[in-house]
Design a protein around this ligand. Structure first.
Ligand code: NI
Length: 202
């Protein structure tokens, strides 16, 4: 990747968001540079996570800056999983070639949004806990159980590496609820006849 190439946020309808991203083969300067270029793009749009395909780079990597959970008065809430305990204080972080595996059968539903689907939010059901295996920018490998909002953010970003934008996971009603907004986005960014390939539709 040329250093002077300006990365831009890709919006639903852009084919790069539908591609399965390739593994990062070597963590060299270009990967470190990519991570550092992704952060301001994420912060500009008030995001807590951004995957490389969302800036047009089809590589298996994402950045996160998930805040530690707080109550309504801003007091810290306890975190339970090793991932939250160890990773949240280190944010922002980049995760390279992540492997995400659900743990247990518990699921939860929560409204999600995506920087590539501006201003639209809809409920997505996901496993509560996952095992995250990944390489960090310094080459260190991690493997830890993650819960809470961190688990959700990891799954959302990891989905991007498999060409899955969260709208593909929506139930009928949730999809219908944001249909007008989606049509507007796709009219501007999608190819004619662009179809959202839903995952839970048989
Ligand atoms: Ni997203």
């Amino acid at each position: 990747m040329a250093k002077d190439k300006k990365l831009t946020l890709r919006i639903l309808g852009d084919p790069v968001l539908d591609q399965i991203a390739k593994p990062v083969e070597k963590i060299d300067d270009s990967i470190i540079d990519l991570a550092h270029q992704m952060l301001p793009i994420m912060y500009d749009t008030n995001g807590v996570g951004l995957a490389a395909p969302q800036v047009g780079v089809s590589l298996r990597m994402f950045v996160l800056d998930v805040p530690a959970p707080e109550d309504e008065e801003g007091h810290p809430l306890p975190v339970n999983s090793p991932g939250e305990i160890q990773l949240l204080p280190q944010m922002p972080m980049a995760f390279i070639n992540p492997e995400v595996t659900p743990i247990g059968t518990e699921t939860s539903e929560m409204d999600e949004g995506c920087l590539s689907v501006p201003k639209l939010y809809a409920p997505v059901k996901r496993p509560e806990k996952v095992m995250l295996k990944a390489t960090l920018l310094n080459g260190k490998e991690i493997c830890m159980e993650c819960g809470g909002f961190l688990a959700r953010a990891i799954q959302h970003e990891n989905d991007h590496l498999d060409g899955i934008v969260f709208v593909r996971r929506l139930e009928d009603e949730a999809l219908e609820g944001i249909k007008k907004g989606l049509d507007k986005i796709l009219k501007k960014n999608g190819k004619p006849n662009y179809k959202i390939k839903r995952l839970n539709k048989s």
